[in-house]
Design a binder for this molecule. Structure first.
Ligand SMILES: [Mn+2]
Length: 459
């Protein structure tokens, strides 16, 4: 990765793709997007654009669990024409699988993505009907600098400037993917964020950051914050949080967002927490949906539970009772699980890795998110790779969620989880994959035992 992004080259290729998209005047456009908050935001931005362009359109959601070949079989029609286009947003840049498929098609493909490109593809291998826009190949960071929705917004706005009005969708992608307070945004994410504020489509607020519970009372905020997860309060009983707040003369029912700066300092000093920063508010929405991080989190949860509820909810002003109950159940379980982990010591530890066997302690459906949030909260040594999981009945294998912290990536030149998974697969077999910070693998019991013995050689 280059240190300074090549903005000129990026914008040149980006603008060329836009010219192609506009000049070719398509008859029909199919969007394929990812099943998470960022992907759903991209999808709605593109749908709005196509509507404004009076184009005929369809969409599909890709959850990356099957190969592109199998997935597209059901979508690509036998009638092919260069008057039809495909726009892929936020679905990864698996060029090794996609290029051979695209090469044999007549339609025009636009890939707008911000995930690292794994395969080394030469310029002359790109088919003429593919316009590939991925800022990471010009040196941008796909998490900090540009979310999928940011890239999609930039694309859509260049084609139809009036798309600015739907620009608030972008912050859901940014919040959902970056998991950071808004003052830490960089590059295009920052530029777009500031533009949306000046257009009054978003409000930027500053205060105590208790992500997952920004819409809540301070009592619930301390208890159910998942970013940061507070070791002292996370998942404990109400009574203890209440008496702490009473002891420092703060009404436990005060909303997190309504705390005065004096109250915030009071809490920070007495609870020894330093979380503070900027967060985004969606002024046109109500309740939990007003808070960009929580709105994005709810979309992410719904994407797994009920994808159509996620797609329809993004258009709603206030949340449904169904979505709300799923949200609370999720937050409650996650803070409980993080609490379980925060008092647990690793079951097996090497110089470079930590193993947590959580069967019977955490339900398997929560393994992945618990692993993710224990990594972003650095509940364990951030210089080690975390392997969390256990035996899975239905597959008869050991299922592992593998995570590393950003600290780890910085210290290891970006050598992250996906590379470790590739090595494990090569040496021990198994199925799985992932990106730099997170991934998963299923291994046979004997392979898992070998992994524990040889893990330091693979990292
Ligand atoms: Mn994304």
């Amino acid at each position: 990765m280059t240190t300074k992004p090549n903005k000129t080259k990026f914008l040149e290729d980006f603008n060329n793709a836009i010219d192609q998209f506009v000049d070719r005047s398509f008859n029909h456009v199919v969007t394929i997007s990812h099943n998470d908050a960022d992907g759903i935001s991209c999808l709605h931005l593109v749908q709005n654009l196509l509507y404004k362009m009076h184009l005929d359109y369809d969409y599909f959601i890709y959850n990356r669990s099957v190969s592109w070949n199998n997935y597209l079989k059901g979508i690509l029609s036998s009638r092919q024409t260069d008057k039809n286009a495909f726009i892929f947003t936020d679905v990864g840049s698996n060029l090794k699988e996609l290029i051979p498929i695209i090469k044999n098609r007549k339609e025009i493909f636009f890939i707008l993505d911000h995930h690292e490109v794994e395969d080394d593809i030469q310029n002359n291998e790109f088919p003429e009907n593919l316009f590939f826009i991925n800022p990471t190949i010009y040196g941008y960071d796909g998490l900090e600098h540009i979310a999928g929705a940011t890239l999609t917004y930039m694309f859509a706005k260049q084609v139809k400037p009036s798309i600015v009005k739907q620009g608030w969708l972008t912050v859901l992608g940014i919040a959902g993917d970056s998991l950071k307070p808004m003052d830490q945004l960089k590059s295009f994410n920052r530029e777009v964020y500031e533009e949306l504020i000046s257009e009054e489509l978003l409000e930027d607020k500053e205060g105590l950051i208790l992500f997952g519970s920004m819409h809540e009372s301070i009592r619930n905020g301390l208890k159910y914050s998942i970013l940061p997860f507070l070791r002292r309060f996370g998942g404990i009983v109400d009574q203890e949080v209440t008496s702490f707040l009473n002891s420092i003369n703060i009404n436990p029912k005060t909303k997190v967002a309504d705390l005065t700066s004096v109250e915030i300092q009071q809490i920070q000093r007495n609870a020894n927490i330093d979380s503070y920063g900027h967060y985004a508010i969606l002024p046109q929405k109500l309740g939990v949906l007003k808070f960009a991080f929580e709105h994005a989190l709810l979309l992410n949860i719904l994407c797994f539970k009920n994808i159509s509820a996620a797609i329809s909810m993004i258009q709603l002003k206030s949340t449904t009772r169904y979505a709300k109950s799923i949200f609370y159940e999720y937050i409650e379980n996650l803070s409980k699980n993080l609490r379980t982990l925060s008092i647990e010591s690793p079951h097996y530890e090497t110089e470079k890795a930590l193993f947590l066997e959580v069967k019977g302690k955490i339900p398997p459906s929560n393994w992945s998110d618990t692993a993710s949030f224990s990594a972003v909260n650095e509940l364990f040594d951030p210089n080690k790779i975390l392997f969390l999981g256990g035996p899975e009945k239905k597959s008869g294998t050991i299922k592992l969620s593998i995570r590393c912290s950003r600290t780890y990536l910085e210290n290891n030149k970006g050598f992250g989880v996906n590379k470790i998974i590739s090595t494990i697969k090569k040496e021990l077999g198994g199925v799985g994959g992932g990106h730099k910070l997170a991934g998963g693998i299923r291994l046979s019991k004997p392979s898992y035992n070998l992994l524990k013995m040889r893990v330091d050689d693979f990292i």
